[in-house]
Design a binder for this molecule. Structure first.
Ligand SMILES: NC(=O)c1ccc[n+]([C@@H]2O[C@H](COP(=O)([O-])OP(=O)(O)OC[C@H]3O[C@@H](n4cnc5c(N)ncnc54)[C@H](OP(=O)(O)O)[C@@H]3O)[C@@H](O)[C@H]2O)c1
Length: 248
């Protein structure tokens, strides 16, 4: 996928990885980025950096009306980056069911709802030729094996991986690529309190777009994910053992 002249929608673009994905899209030649967030004012500082190319839009991935309104404005979108995410649940028995459901609402159903909302625009874009339209799903290494300390969140990200495969089939028939990214720890608010190796979000964004430019569809965009993804391909149970050991 070539980002030159792409029109990119990024969910959760106000902070963390999403903000860097919006900036990296422009650095790679996108002509416009619809930077979306739940609160319009949270995008002010990002818009200030490139006011001619960044269009702020309000979008909550759990609210179908807000998705429909955003998709109407961003009807020229060629790439959708499903980045918005929530880590609100931990152990599957110790967390409330409500908090696990909330993670699924954002990470799983939100990803699907956003993709459905922008699919018509992406279909139009795909008619311009191969590699003209794509969905980029920000999953996680915990999509590949459950990290029990984050059991509910991991399950929501594993379901998002399964949805990515379903979308790869259904959207693939329409000429739209579905890219699945499996990052390890990223240095953002989401895991601020957790001790683990973390990649800077701007480095992660650059690595991800470099892999997409090479045509990769499953992307391990950092050292941890490269190791875990290779292990997953060899022996999925080894990933399970690795994460069980990490959980103690
Ligand atoms: N950090 C990590 O170690 C790590 C590792 C692997 C994968 N990831 C994934 O990377 C993505 C970005 O996470 P991050 O690390 O940048 O986390 P973050 O700093 O916590 O940012 C999360 C973003 O998602 C947005 N969001 C949450 N709920 C939303 C909703 N209902 N509708 C729209 N936007 C919503 C947040 O908006 P508000 O500001 O309004 O809350 C924020 O912009 C997520 O999908 C996450 O699961 C993160």
């Amino acid at each position: 996928m070539n980002m030159k002249d792409a029109v990119v929608v990024v969910t959760g673009a106000n902070r963390g990885l999403g903000r860097e994905l919006a900036k990296e899209s422009l650095a790679r030649g996108a002509k416009r980025v619809y930077a979306t967030a739940r609160k319009r004012e949270s995008l002010d500082s990002l818009v200030k950096e490139s006011p001619a190319a960044i269009v702020p839009l309000v979008l909550d991935v759990t609210d179908e009306r807000s998705l429909a309104a955003a998709a109407e404005v961003a009807s020229d979108a060629t790439v959708l980056v499903n980045n918005a995410g929530l880590l609100g649940s931990y152990g599957v028995l110790s967390s409330t069911l409500a908090s696990i459901r909330e993670d699924f609402e954002v990470n799983t159903f939100g990803l699907l709802a956003a993709t459905r909302a922008f699919a018509p625009a992406l279909e139009r874009a795909a008619k311009k030729g191969p590699k003209s339209a794509a969905v980029v799903n920000i999953l996680s290494v915990v999509s590949l094996g459950n990290l029990p300390g984050l059991g509910g969140y991991s399950a929501s990200k594993a379901a998002a991986w399964s949805l990515s495969q379903a979308l790869r089939y259904e959207l693939g028939k329409k000429g739209i690529d579905v890219i699945a990214a499996f990052p390890g720890g990223i240095d953002t608010d989401m895991v601020r309190a957790m001790e683990m190796p973390k990649t800077r979000p701007e480095v992660l964004a650059a690595n991800l777009f470099a892999a997409i430019a090479k045509g990769e569809l499953d992307v391990a965009p950092d050292a941890t994910s490269e190791e875990v993804y290779a292990e997953f391909v060899r022996d999925p149970r080894a990933v399970e053992r690795r994460f069980f050991t990490m959980a103690g």
